[in-house]
Structure formats: C-alpha cells, structure tokens
Design a protein around this ligand. Structure first.
Ligand code: SAM
Ligand code: SF4
Length: 330
C-alpha cells in the first residue's frame, strides 16, 4: 500500500484524533471561563466514523495514533473505542492526552483496552495556582491519576507543562525535581498563540533555552540519545540521578516543521495538516455523503500533498489561529 508522503518528502505516520470538544476544565490559555460554544452532537464524528478514517490511515502508513480533545475521558465509551483502534493492523503506538481529572478512574481500563501510554497536562503543582489556571479544584485527582497510570503500566507517563512567564515559571525547578522521585517524563512546552480566554502575547512566552538555563543552574542536564524509534518533537534530557526525564518542545522559538509527521482530525471531522494553519479539509460531510473508501483515501492523500512546509508563528505577519486548542486537540 502506498504511504503518505507530503510535497516536502516528509513521511506522515502520526494521526491525532480529537474525539470531543467538551471539557471538564477551563484552562485560561485554552478557553474562556464560560467555555466555548459547543458543537451540536450530530456534528461530532461518531466512533465508527473515526474508526473508518483511522483504518484507512493505518493502511497507508499511519503507525501512531493519539486520542485527544477537548477532554477525551469525558466522552462515553472511550475505552471501547480505544480497544477497536488497538486492533488495527499497523498501529504500533496508541496514546492519549488528558487533563488527568478522570484518569484514576480510567487508567486500568484504558491499559486493558490496549492504550500504550498517556500524556497528562499539568501546569502547576500548587493547589491554588492549579485552580487559577484550570478554573477547577482537581489537583489531587490529577496527582492520583498520575499514580494510577504508572501502576497500570501506561508507560512512560508524560506530563505536559505549558510554561507562561510570571504565571508558573517559578515552578520549573519543582517539575524538574519531580523526575528524581518519579519516573515521569516532564515535557516543558512553549506557550503557543491561539484565540482563547487569555490573550497570547510574545512577552508571556519563555523559550525552551531559557527554561533549560534555569534547570541547568540547579543541576546540569545530560542529553539523551534518542534511542526510541519514534521520539516526537521533544529534545530529551535527564539529571544523572533521576528516574524520569525532561523534554523541551519549542514550537515558538525553534520550529520542528522539517520533521513534522502529523495530521490532525478535529472532533467535527476536519483534517488539519498543520496545527497553526486554519486550512481544513472537510472529511465528515464527504463521508456522510456516502463516499467510498477509495474516495476517502484520495482525500487523505490530497490533504497530505497540501501540508504546508512550515508554520509562521515566529513571523511578524502571523495571525493567531481562529480555532481554540480544545477544538483541534493540541
Ligand atoms: N484536555 C486534554 C488536556 O488538557 O490534556 C487534551 C486537549 S488539550 C487542548 C491538549 C494540550 O494542549 C494540553 O497539553 C494543553 O496544555 C495544550 N495547550 C492548550 N492551549 C495551549 C497553548 N496556547 N499553548 C501551548 N499548549 C496549549
Ligand atoms: Fe480542557 Fe485541555 Fe483545554 Fe484545559 S487544555 S481547557 S483541559 S481541553
């Protein structure tokens, strides 16, 4: 079967599926306090539709799937859906991004369903600040969820921490130190420009090199050779005496577009070939119009051909994306 290769010779083997726009938190950088106008249920792809797209994608070289949202764990039947995805021939890595609020409850059934690993978003280890960032009082639930994920064997447990200046940058060392006690992979992510409750501005961004400098002032980080077959965009390090790892994801200061291998499907069935481009290809309506698998394949190949060479968030002309992260899935 032919593989998905874009016009810049990048091999596309990673599909992110957003399964809902609903969420049980209201993170300040992602949503306004009152939430966002929700999609009609009818507009959200049904599991069998998602499965059909994933099956076709897997036939053409997608080996890595990630479930995201909104908050994927609020969608009913998520573990059963994951079980179906895990059965697809060719899928080697099946992961999920969650805010962790419901993880304690779901970790073991997700693992049994065939989920490989989990990324938990956590920007503060301090209860009051956690409440302020997420507008929800659930830090303990998330911490318990992390424990449960580790026990269930969803390895590695990764923590995504978005760092924002004068907001949570004084916790960088606390997160880094956590890797000495727990086998977590902490991934510091630069704050990205999206239309959300809080207005993004460049001055609130802290670059990965600034974060790294801060950590090195505590103790030198040792670079890790990327031994895994698929390592993603993070540059990986560890403290020599740590059981966990530290990674840096730098979409703003140092884009990794040259090696981008991703496609994204929004909860309402739009294919996005770049996180930061509002160009979307409607799959849902074509599918609901009764298209054949062959036609779906053509759509996928055409989308991949149009994948842009790079994003422009560091250019002066850049316009913030009009969809929020909760629609796109991060
Ligand atoms: N609700 C799940 C969660 O929070 O993990 C999955 C969806 S959420 C949109 C996916 C990721 O996007 C989270 O790790 C979140 O921190 C990140 N995110 C949202 N807005 C962001 C922004 N403006 N810059 C950087 N990361 C962002
Ligand atoms: Fe919800 Fe995730 Fe957005 Fe936070 S980042 S509001 S948890 S979708």
């Amino acid at each position: 079967m032919s593989k998905l290769i874009d016009s810049y010779n990048r091999s596309i083997d990673y599909l992110r599926l957003s399964v809902t726009d609903r969420c049980n938190l209201r993170c300040v950088y992602c949503m306004p306090a009152e939430g966002i106008p929700l999609m009609d249920f009818h507009d959200i792809l049904r599991y069998e539709e998602l499965l059909r797209i994933a099956t076709i994608a897997a036939r053409h070289g997608i080996t890595k799937l990630r479930i995201t949202g909104g908050e994927p764990l609020v969608r009913k039947g998520i573990a059963e859906f994951i079980k179906e995805l895990a059965r697809l021939p060719g899928v080697e890595d099946l992961s999920l991004t969650t805010n962790g609020v419901l993880l304690k409850e779901f970790a073991s059934s997700l693992k049994k369903a065939g989920l490989t690993r989990v990324n938990v978003s956590l920007d503060s280890l301090r209860p009051e600040r956690f409440n302020k960032i997420t507008r929800g009082d659930f830090l303990n639930n998330v911490l318990e969820g992390l424990e449960e994920a580790e026990m269930a064997g969803l390895n590695p447990v990764k923590i995504n921490c978005v760092v924002i200046k004068e907001f949570n940058d004084d916790e960088i060392l606390d997160f880094a130190e956590l890797t000495k006690k727990k086998p977590y992979h902490i991934r510091f992510i630069e704050y990205m420009p999206f239309e959300a409750g809080a207005a993004w501005d460049r001055d609130k961004c802290i670059s990965s090199s600034q974060i790294m400098e801060k950590i090195n002032s505590l103790q030198n980080l040792v670079p890790l050779v990327n031994l895994e077959k698929r390592t993603g965009p993070a540059r990986r390090y560890k403290f020599h005496d740590a059981i966990g790892e530290i990674g840096f994801i730098s979409p703003v200061s140092d884009h990794f577009c040259g090696s981008c291998n991703r496609l994204r499907l929004t909860a309402d069935g739009k294919l996005r070939t770049c996180l930061f481009s509002d160009d979307e290809i409607d799959i849902k309506n074509v599918m609901r119009g009764g298209c054949t698998d062959r036609e779906l394949e053509d759509l996928l190949f055409n989308a991949v051909r149009k994948k842009p060479e790079r994003h422009h968030i560091s250019d002066n002309i850049f316009k913030k994306c009009s969809r929020t992260m909760s629609f796109i899935g991060g």
